[in-house]
Design a protein around this ligand. Structure first.
Ligand SMILES: *Cc1c(COP(=O)(O)O)cnc(C)c1O
Length: 940
């Protein structure tokens, strides 16, 4: 017997399943189905030019050989990336556990209590350590968090305030580079100043300080904060979380905002990412926080229940008025960071920080004792030594013994200590400088900057000291959640497909994970080869000239793409073009990104069939003839159909002098069959965490590469550490963004090959059409394209049923939990609908189980509509049902216990939600965003 190919395992349906499904849809082959639903005009001529598929073992062996071209050394480079130890209990139970990594963003609170609790721990940890009252549930990286802080400070500034944002010269260079990218399009003037000595300029609305500085100095910023406040400016402090367990927190010396990275809380440097960025603010700014905020609320029975607070999905509602474009954030890295804090507790963190600071102090003392000057005496982990004329020699000497130091300039060398720095490392450093290592030295932080007062006092940070207790805590949280390891997550637009184990394993390989992003090129050949191959494969798949993997989410790819358009137009003397046309059906990030790129959003209507209204497009193009910058359109549309007018639409925009941005989040309907770069688009972003198998991680990390046609290649995001900034600048702090997870799409494409990806696409389209066909009689399919077919997803219209019965899409979503499913996408792109995207990874039995659940729910709705049951008393409205509710002594409901918990023969794979329907409004009225006291959990 021959081994089945990987694509046969990735694609859930068997050949026999597909035959049966094709029959149900009315086609004889996948080819015939694709011929019927995908417009000829966009079809590629031949197979996509990827290398032929190899087996799982062969692909891993090939990747091993590439990884072996890296030479991971001990890095004492610092600058935002530090050695850290991921506790094995966290690696095995979180990072490598599909219950954590396959989950979606916790919009459906009832099935997400585990990751919501871990994120609440993250918020509590960040709030405690920064000394501010409210922290969000992660941002994309430190540099973009600083950009978000800058924008927040401007939103919060009084009317008539100036446009100047002051960045202290001690800020990390990559942060400054990203700030430059982000400030210019929105009209903010960046001023770099040595805040310790210089006066603040006129018109300043905000200031960013680094604590400790990039040069390692721990400064007392209280006076600067006071001066900034006196000038009417808000102060953001980019802080090191580990240092904060020893230092006076920013909130105590007056900062309004704190940002940073939680990387050194257990996440490997990963050649640049992914790492959880964070932001915390003073209470009065909480409504301005970008990204997601977990809050405490209660469920239908009054039990404590967590959910996303305030701005959940705010871009979808506020669009161009959204506070930011962040959608996918860094949930998994945030869960890992908060678990690290839970595992070590406050004493553990303090011990680790003391160890780091102690080693740095010994280094500084050793250098000074031997007459080598140290630039700053007040330091946490980084020592900058004076080595006049011999910086290169010192760096080379340490490198010869396997330790990377940072050359600041010809006369200075920086050395950063971390959790993993050993005695041997310190000796190598001392040898490189030609000095002796002293045995002891006091921590080099002045007493007045030492933290007093506790942190992480909540019991969660001291309850799980034994590994047994920690393992069970992580298991309890994981068990609360619904991930792809339980069943289908049919979220339209999100592409919740298989994240294969063979793809995931290389994420943990140290020869990839332990490479510092600023390590010398001679040590990173493997990484650069992996990235180069992946970028070229992706460029081939989507038909563009070049791809950059730098953007660390789809939203950032959008921003990078729009900035490329803007800069290209400016260079052609068309800098006045600033209108971005966006169809009404677009994803919320589109409009938010356009605003961040300095564009004005003009909405284009959709017609009754869900397609771009060509007449309205024509009118909007004409009305903005001289100012048209771009059309930003999703293909296939967010309505789930292949619009046949797309080629014509692209043509009209080009004729009017605009560029076409195709949002590639729906590429799972195109790969192997059509290429946006070939059917008329100039630029796209792809979501590697959708189409290319990076797991959603419960809401991140993601990768949103930006792909461009030839003329836009010079406008791709640049290296944040480059001497000469690129034309557009970087959008992420690391040159290759979240490099540490690019193994996953690499493995996927290597194992699938050209035929594999094409059949995955066709199988996904078949699955969507099969579901549409089976459910059409129960729920009208709102939009279809040619031949009454959909693409890879379908929108089920519940509006008429809601009108007749009062049963809402939310009721259906919650009732699906009782049936053992994650809900489809709710009310996007059309309010009152559910959008189903089954993907190619589900087998026929699971698709049928889902269809059966939806059909059974339709009968339950009918019972309400006919008046047999009042909607308030229905199992739909009272869903989901917890074990506690179903097994309570009293039962006075209009339906039986078994109808509640085991509806329509749902006998296998029962998932019990830990809480009942969560009250969102109550939680927003009584906002609490840190861990509630343990008593709040009742008898627990
Ligand atoms: C998911 C999605 C995005 C945003 O991607 P993120 O990685 O979450 O920022 C943009 N557009 C569409 C159509 C999407 O489905």
């Amino acid at each position: 017997m021959t081994d089945r190919s990987f694509s046969d395992r990735h694609i859930g349906t068997s050949a026999a399943d597909r035959d049966a499904m094709l029959k149900a849809v009315g086609f004889s082959s996948l080819e015939a189905l694709m011929d019927a639903c995908m417009p000829d005009l966009i079809r590629s001529a031949g197979p996509v030019g990827l290398p032929a598929a190899v087996s799982e073992a062969e692909a891993q062996a090939e990747l091993r050989a590439i990884a072996a071209q890296n030479r991971p050394m001990r890095s004492m480079i610092g600058l935002g990336y530090y050695g850290t130890r991921m506790p094995a209990v966290i690696r095995r139970n979180v990072l490598e556990n599909p219950s954590w990594y396959t989950a979606y963003t916790p919009y459906q609170a009832e099935i997400s209590q585990g990751r919501l609790e871990a994120l609440l721990n993250f918020q509590t940890m960040v709030a405690d350590l920064t000394g501010l009252s409210v922290a969000g549930a992660s941002l994309l990286d430190e540099a973009s968090a600083a950009a978000e802080a800058m924008l927040l400070a401007r939103r919060a500034a009084p009317r008539g305030a100036g446009e100047v944002f002051v960045v202290d010269s001690g800020v990390l260079p990559q942060t400054l580079a990203v700030l430059r990218t982000r400030a210019e399009p929105v009209g903010i003037e960046l001023v770099v100043a040595d805040c310790a000595v210089e006066e603040l300029p006129e018109g300043v609305f905000g200031v960013l300080l680094q604590y400790p500085g990039a040069d390692g100095a721990v400064r007392d910023w209280a006076g600067v904060v006071e001066a900034a406040h006196a000038a009417g400016a808000r102060v953001a402090v980019a802080a090191d979380l580990l240092a904060l367990s020893l230092l006076v927190p920013p909130g105590e010396f007056g900062a309004d905002i704190a940002v940073g990275s939680a990387q050194r809380f257990g996440m490997p440097v990963g050649f640049g990412g992914p790492h959880a960025g964070f932001m915390a603010v003073r209470d009065e700014l909480r409504r301005q926080l970008p990204g997601r905020l977990v809050g405490v609320s209660r469920d239908a029975d009054g039990a404590v229940a967590l959910r996303l607070a305030l701005q959940a999905r705010e871009q979808h509602i506020r669009r161009e008025k959204a506070t930011s474009n962040i959608c996918t954030a860094q949930v998994l890295p945030a869960v890992i960071a908060s678990s690290y804090a839970v595992w070590h507790g406050p004493e553990g963190l303090e011990r680790i920080a003391e160890g780091v600071a102690g080693r740095a102090a010994r280094l500084a003392a050793s250098l000074e004792a031997a007459g080598v000057g140290v630039v700053h005496g007040s330091l946490f982990d980084t020592v900058v030594a004076r080595a006049p004329g011999r910086a290169d020699a010192v760096v080379a000497s340490a490198a010869a013994y396997g330790v990377n130091l940072r050359r600041v300039d010809g006369d200075h060398v920086a050395v950063a200590c971390d959790e993993t720095t050993s005695e041997a490392d310190l000796r190598i450093v001392c040898d490189a400088f030609g000095v002796d290592l002293v045995d002891e030295a006091p921590v080099a932080v002045p007493a007045r900057l030492r933290r007093h007062g506790g942190f992480l006092t909540h019991p969660v940070f001291s309850q799980y000291r034994s590994e047994t207790a920690m393992m069970r805590y992580l298991k309890r949280l994981a068990d609360a959640d619904y991930g792809l390891d339980r069943g289908m997550i049919p979220l339209g637009s999100c592409t919740m497909k298989l994240n294969a184990a063979a793809e995931m394993e290389p994420v943990s390989w140290p020869e990839l994970a332990e490479v510092h992003p600023l390590a010398p090129e001679s040590q990173t050949a493997g990484w650069r080869r992996l990235i180069g191959q992946l970028e070229s494969w992706l460029a081939e798949v989507c038909g563009y000239a070049a791809v950059s993997v730098q953007p660390n989410a789809g939203s950032q790819g959008e921003l990078a793409g729009l900035l490329a358009i803007r800069a290209w137009q400016a260079d052609r003397g068309e800098g006045g073009r600033d209108v971005c046309l966006i169809p009404a059906s677009a994803h919320g990030t589109n409009a938010a990104s356009a605003v961040l790129a300095g564009m004005r959003v003009v909405v284009v209507a959709c017609d009754a069939a869900g397609n771009i209204d060509l007449e309205d497009l024509e009118a909007k193009v004409a009305a903005n003839a001289d100012s048209l910058a771009a059309l930003m359109v999703t293909y296939p549309s967010t309505h789930g159909v292949y619009e046949s007018s797309i080629v014509e639409v692209c043509g009209r925009v080009h004729d009017a002098g605009g560029q076409v941005y195709v949002d590639g989040a729906n590429l799972n309907a195109l790969v192997g069959w059509a290429k946006p770069g070939r059917f008329g688009a100039d630029v796209s972003h792809l979501n590697l965490h959708k189409t290319f198998c990076i797991p959603h991680g419960g809401g991140g990390p993601g990768v949103g590469p930006v792909a461009v046609a030839e003329h836009l290649v010079p406008y791709l995001p640049s290296d944040p550490m480059a001497e000469e900034p690129g034309r557009v600048g970087p959008v992420s702090q690391a040159r290759w963004g979240s490099a540490g997870i690019l193994q996953i799409p690499w493995m996927y494409l290597r194992m699938m090959g050209p035929e594999g990806v094409a059949s995955a696409t066709a199988s996904a389209v078949l699955a969507a059409n099969y579901v549409a066909a089976r459910l059409r009689d129960s729920f009208p399919v709102l939009y279809t394209g040619e031949g009454g077919l959909v693409a890879h997803e379908c929108v089920l219209d519940l509006r008429e049923l809601t009108r007749r019965s009062g049963v809402t899409v939310e009721d259906v979503a919650k009732r699906l939990i009782d049936y053992g499913f994650h809900a489809p996408t709710m009310s996007f792109p059309v309010a009152g609908t559910l959008m189903v995207e089954p993907t190619e990874s589900e087998d026929l039995a699971e698709l049928d189980r889902f269809c059966a659940a939806m059909i059974a729910i339709r009968a339950e709705i009918e019972a309400v509509a006919s008046g047999a049951v009042a909607v308030e008393d229905s199992a739909l409205r009272r869903a989901p049902h917890t074990a506690a509710a179903v097994t309570a002594e009293a039962w006075d409901r209009a339906y039986s216990r078994s109808e509640a918990a085991w509806p329509a023969g749902m006998t296998s794979a029962k998932y019990w939600p830990p809480v009942g329907r969560v009250d969102n409004a109550w939680g927003d009225r009584n906002l609490a965003c840190t861990c509630p006291p343990i008593e709040a959990y009742g008898a627990d």
